[in-house]
Every structure is written in C-alpha cells, then in structure tokens.
Design a protein around this ligand. Sequence first.
Ligand SMILES: CC(C)(COP(=O)(O)OP(=O)(O)OC[C@H]1O[C@@H](n2cnc3c(N)ncnc32)[C@H](O)[C@@H]1OP(=O)(O)O)[C@@H](O)C(=O)NCCC(=O)NCCS
Length: 150
Amino acid sequence: MGAVRVIIRFETPRDLEAIREVNIVAFEHHPFSHQTEHLIVEALRAADALDVSLVAEVDGEVMGHIAFSAAGIGDASSGWFLLGPVAVLPDHQGKGVGRALVETGLDALRSRGPAVASWSETPRSTLASDSDSTRASCGRASPTRTCFVS
Ligand SMILES: CC(C)(COP(=O)(O)OP(=O)(O)OC[C@H]1O[C@@H](n2cnc3c(N)ncnc32)[C@H](O)[C@@H]1OP(=O)(O)O)[C@@H](O)C(=O)NCCC(=O)NCCS
C-alpha cells in the first residue's frame, strides 16, 4: 500500500465532536483507561488550559488527536507541559500517526520556550521520546504539517 497523506494541524471549533469521538473510540478497550479521556480534553478546553491541541486528518476526516497542557511544578509555572491524552482511531494505529502528533506538538511547545515535560499515562512512555527513527516522514512547516505514513 502506498503512503497516506496526513495533515497535522491545530484544532478548530469544527473539530470538537470528532475529537470527542476519536478519544472515546481509541480508549474504549484500553486496559488502564476509565474512558474519561474525552471529558479530560473538554475540561481542559473549558478551563482554557488546553495549550496545544492538534488533530491528525486523513481525507478530511479527523482520526487522531493530542493534547498538551501547562503544568505547575512547585510554585513554578515555567514552561513545563503535560502530554495527554493522545489518541488515534484503531484502524489508523501503528502507522506513525501518533508519533507525528507527538513530534509536531513538541515542536510547537519548544518554539515557546526552553522547558518541555512529556508524560504518558501508559507504562510505555516511549511515544514522547526524541527519536530520529520514525516511520512517518513529515514536512517541517509548522503549525500545519503534512506527514506521509505507511
Ligand atoms: C498510543 C497511540 C496514540 C499510538 O498511536 P499510533 O499512531 O498507533 O503510534 P505510531 O504508529 O506513531 O507509533 C509510534 C511509536 O509509539 C509506539 N507505541 C505505540 N503504541 C504505544 C503505546 N500505547 N504506548 C507506548 N508506545 C506506543 C510504537 O511502537 C512506535 O514506536 P516505534 O516506532 O519505536 O516502533 C494509539 O495506539 C492509541 O490511540 N492508543 C489508544 C489510546 C492510548 O493508549 N493513548 C496513549 C495514552 S494517553
């Protein structure tokens, strides 16, 4: 199968229902989930705490989402962020979309300042690591980025 064109971009008001659906479906059978991820995203947005919210789009359909929110450490609120939740629809998983969301989000945060914290609620936190190896090849134009996944 040929490469699939994925657009990574910031959320818009028209994406909110699709973001909700992606989080519900992606976490439906997750062993550590309480199936509240869509509510977490919505609570962050309502609190104006959703600092970076990106969607992944294929053929005009949102099939992935990632959220980053500012984290206070001690008394400091100095540029650290939490990563999560991150979700990709099951049919599109394992093709590099999650990595493209993480890397694009980290790039967006890095452009704001020196400190970035990344976090995952799963035991395997490698999703957030800085790695040169990636199956997705992405253009570097930010904030909207076009990626090609397998
Ligand atoms: C986790 C998730 C977002 C990954 O998206 P994806 O598009 O399938 O991931 P990619 O194909 O880009 O894989 C990127 C890397 O992450 C790894 N990875 C995949 N799922 C992972 C997971 N649950 N935890 C940690 N690492 C994972 C892959 O092995 C890959 O590493 P590699 O390139 O060294 O092999 C997706 O599987 C998903 O929505 N899962 C259900 C929700 C979830 O568990 N979210 C994370 C907690 S907030």
